[in-house]
Design a protein around this ligand. Structure first.
Ligand code: GLA
Length: 364
């Protein structure tokens, strides 16, 4: 019996930049998905989940297709289908999943399941697994088998995260470097809206298209740019459509904030980093319009706590989670005040977790 673990992630800054060719700065967190693998004799893979109470048996000589009825099992099924397609040898086995990562909350639980499944299956047969390749492989499954047109950030962070480091991913060149992220007396908090994210896929694709449109227009006069993150603020005036202008302004300003964040984190200047987080949230709220009353309430009430350096939504938005960096001594007050305010505004109960910045996928 062997055990493997893939973490969830939060993005510290650089939101909605991955599919715009920019740089993003996520961290892997201590919560995630564990896969326990047992060899079997027959030519099958049996998937089951303690957390989801399902069991699925796949004959390895059968073709595998996406089926909505398979629900959560589609993630491991997509990985198995793609491994088969690319002629990786697969050993018959049973995989039991267990997760302590909140789902549908924007903490990349789907990327964690994909990455842990691929890693666990390949670990049965291959000595070396190239983690950048693994991230791209899992992204392709998410794009083609699951049908979600996400960028590379989530799978990459889940695969290559590193303890006490943020991962600066260049999503254009698809490479990365580590930026030390040690919070000392401060804590990284995740605040979960617990709001179902029904509009997420349609709105996500809409933003992607708006960015493509903005880039196309800019390129008619600035043909040298290959993606929106390379554009200059001064070029926004070529966009006469106000909506496109705001979308592009978020992308360009967010890229500048990431560049600044990397500089200040190198000096462990968490105060300035916190201010960049706040500015990022304002831009996501007003220019990119992917926040909402739930995320805004969490973020804005956290920002008012003494000892909170900054807060912002994280991930795609439209519900899901926000993050905050707060002094250890302020955490209790933050949790109480934010929860109270959140309930009074939305009638929902939020959850707040303290997160440890952790390693990416690994054997346990
Ligand atoms: C989701 C996607 C990522 C990224 C973020 C927004 O998490 O899966 O690829 O686009 O939204 O930054």
């Amino acid at each position: 019996m062997k055990k493997y673990f893939a973490p969830g992630r939060v993005n510290l800054i650089g939101e909605h930049l991955d599919y715009n060719g920019g740089t993003v700065l996520p961290v892997a967190i201590h919560l995630g998905v564990t896969a326990t693998v047992q060899p079997l004799q027959e030519n099958v893979i049996v998937l089951s989940s303690a957390t989801h109470s399902f069991s699925k048996r796949i004959d390895l000589s059968d073709e595998i297709h996406f089926d909505k009825a398979n629900d959560w099992a589609n993630y491991p099924l997509g990985i198995i289908a793609q491994l088969k397609k690319e002629n990786h040898s697969l050993r018959p086995c049973e995989i039991i999943f267990e997760s302590n990562l909140p789902e549908a909350s924007g903490l990349s639980s789907s990327a964690a399941v994909e990455v842990v499944t691929a890693f666990a299956l390949l670990a049965q047969t291959e000595k070396q697994i190239n983690l950048s390749w693994l991230a791209l492989f899992c992204k392709q499954v998410e794009n083609d088998f699951i049908g979600v047109k996400c960028g590379i950030m989530d799978q990459y962070a889940v695969a290559l995260g590193k303890r006490n480091n943020a991962l600066l991913i260049d999503c254009d060149k698809v490479n990365h470097r580590y930026i030390p992220f040690e919070t000392g007396e401060y804590r990284l908090l995740v605040m979960n809206t617990k709001k179902p994210r029904s509009l997420i896929h349609s709105k996500y694709n809409e933003r992607k298209q708006e960015c493509e449109e903005a880039l196309k227009i800019m390129r008619t006069t600035k043909s040298e740019i290959e993606n929106l993150c390379q554009a200059d603020m001064l070029w926004l005036n070529v966009l006469s459509n106000e909506v496109l202008k705001r979308r592009a302004r978020h992308v360009i300003s967010e890229q500048l904030r990431v560049n600044e964040a990397v500089k200040v984190l190198q000096h462990n200047d968490l105060s300035t980093f916190g201010r960049l987080m706040n500015a990022s949230h304002t831009s996501l709220k007003n220019d990119y319009e992917v926040s909402g009353v739930e995320l805004d309430t969490l973020v804005e009430s956290a920002q008012q706590i003494n000892g909170c350096l900054g807060a912002r939504m994280t991930g795609a938005g439209f519900g899901g989670c926000a993050i905050a960096i707060a002094h250890a001594a302020s955490v209790e007050e933050l949790v109480n005040k934010v929860s109270e305010k959140y309930f009074s505004v939305t009638g929902l109960h939020c959850e707040v977790y303290e997160c440890k910045v952790s390693d990416g996928v690994r054997a346990r």
